[in-house]
Ligand binder design. Structure first.
Ligand SMILES: [Zn+2]
Length: 108
């Protein structure tokens, strides 16, 4: 097993796990419970982490995650609605958590 992502919120981490699942990559979230107990614990010890079950899929998983995150352009980004399935997506994501559709407004 290999860690491919460490997020600041469980929400973000769950979004990425969903995308990995769509790509056929098995993964699990570590510190899922601790993240919800945040406040009593030091931040770094309870950030949710995304791990792939099979090491050989970690490179592909990292690519999927890199693709999904909106490049930091310095401009404030807004939440956006998927044109495909109408789900709301957080600003930092360039790919819909629900269907994998890419936000057309995202710079390459
Ligand atoms: Zn969608």
């Amino acid at each position: 097993m290999k860690r491919v992502w460490s997020g600041s919120t469980l929400h973000d981490t769950a979004h990425l796990q969903n995308l990995l699942e769509q790509a056929g990559i098995g993964s699990f979230i570590k510190h899922r419970e601790l993240a919800s107990a945040m406040g009593d614990l030091p931040f770094l010890e309870c950030s949710p982490e995304l791990w792939v079950l099979r090491d050989e899929q970690s490179v592909r998983a990292t690519a999927v995650i890199g693709e999904a995150l909106r490049p930091d352009t310095g401009a404030p980004a807004a939440r956006w609605q998927c044109a495909e399935c109408r789900e709301d997506n957080e600003a930092q994501f360039a790919v819909c958590w629900n269907c994998g559709h890419r936000d057309p407004a995202t710079p390459e």
